[in-house]
Design a binder for this molecule. Structure first.
Ligand code: ADP
Length: 248
């Protein structure tokens, strides 16, 4: 189980998250949605222990951290049990894509690193471009590699920040298929996305964040029957955008 309780976060006295508590149940997909600036990425970075909240509690499996942390307990260091993939991907530009996937495994002195990478190359159908450098492939291919690199570490918890944004519809559908398979294998996934179609198709739980607060959460039905003014207005904006796209 991965959860956070009563998380507060501010930057320079600007409150970004206010009393946020969420729970990711094992073997489920949770979608985190909300307008730009709502605090979604900040929350994801906190869950991945890449940034500390001002206060609150974070529990990852059997480990717990209460913030602000005691001096001796600087960090949970949950990697690679918890692994995050960001929109920016952060691939090393001077390494081939194969080496990008291999390096974290080599650093962990994983003796079956090459076997794991070969298996994942096949699984993600990357053989035709895996020996190129990041600047020699498409955005969608880079996205697949970044996801594959995270999965090679066999995390229990996978946190994804808008990773489908550079993909076309078919590539994104392929990623959705992978994510569903991973969930069926028991992985716990948190996904920030603007594609509400995917949320409807794959999320066990939907959390709607606005202005640093959770306004609604539940299964995808909350999108069909929003209760709060914030989610009603978010869904209206989404419907208008969809109508606009259909008319182009
Ligand atoms: P979202 O992912 O929902 O778009 P973010 O978590 O990226 O929202 O940002 C929430 C708010 O926090 C925004 O107002 C953003 O400008 C601010 N913010 C995020 N990161 C920082 C930072 N490192 N320093 C200062 N402000 C930040």
């Amino acid at each position: 189980m991965l959860n956070c309780r009563n998380i507060y976060k501010s930057y320079d006295n600007n409150s970004v998250l206010s009393d946020v508590s969420i729970e990711l149940d094992d073997g489920t997909i949770t979608a985190l949605i909300g307008p730009n600036g709502a605090g979604k990425s900040t929350l994801l970075r906190i869950l991945a222990c890449l940034e500390p909240p001002n206060s609150g509690t974070l529990t990852i499996g059997d480990k717990q951290a209460n913030y602000p942390l005691d001096m001796w307990f600087r960090n949970l260091q949950p990697w690679p049990k918890v692994t995050a993939v960001f929109q920016q991907l952060f691939l090393w530009p001077h390494l081939t894509l194969r080496k990008n996937i291999l390096l974290p495994l080599e650093l962990k002195k994983n003796s079956s690193a090459n076997d794991i990478v070969n298996e994942i190359i096949e699984q993600f159908d990357m053989a035709s471009f895996i020996d190129r450098y990041p600047n020699e492939v498409s955005g969608g291919q880079k996205q697949r590699v970044a996801l594959a690199r995270a999965l090679a570490l066999k995390p229990d918890y996978l946190l994804l920040d808008e990773i489908t944004s550079a993909l076309d519809v078919e590539q994104a559908a392929e990623i959705v298929k992978h994510l569903n398979n991973l969930k069926n294998d028991g992985m716990t996934i948190l996904l920030i996305t603007h594609y509400l179609g995917f949320v409807r198709r794959m999320a066990d739980k939907v959390i709607f964040l606005e202005n640093g607060c959770i306004r609604e959460s539940g299964n995808f039905e909350i999108l069909n029957n929003p209760q709060t003014p914030a989610l009603i207005s978010f869904m209206n904006a989404f419907s208008e955008l969809e109508a606009l796209q259909n008319n182009i």
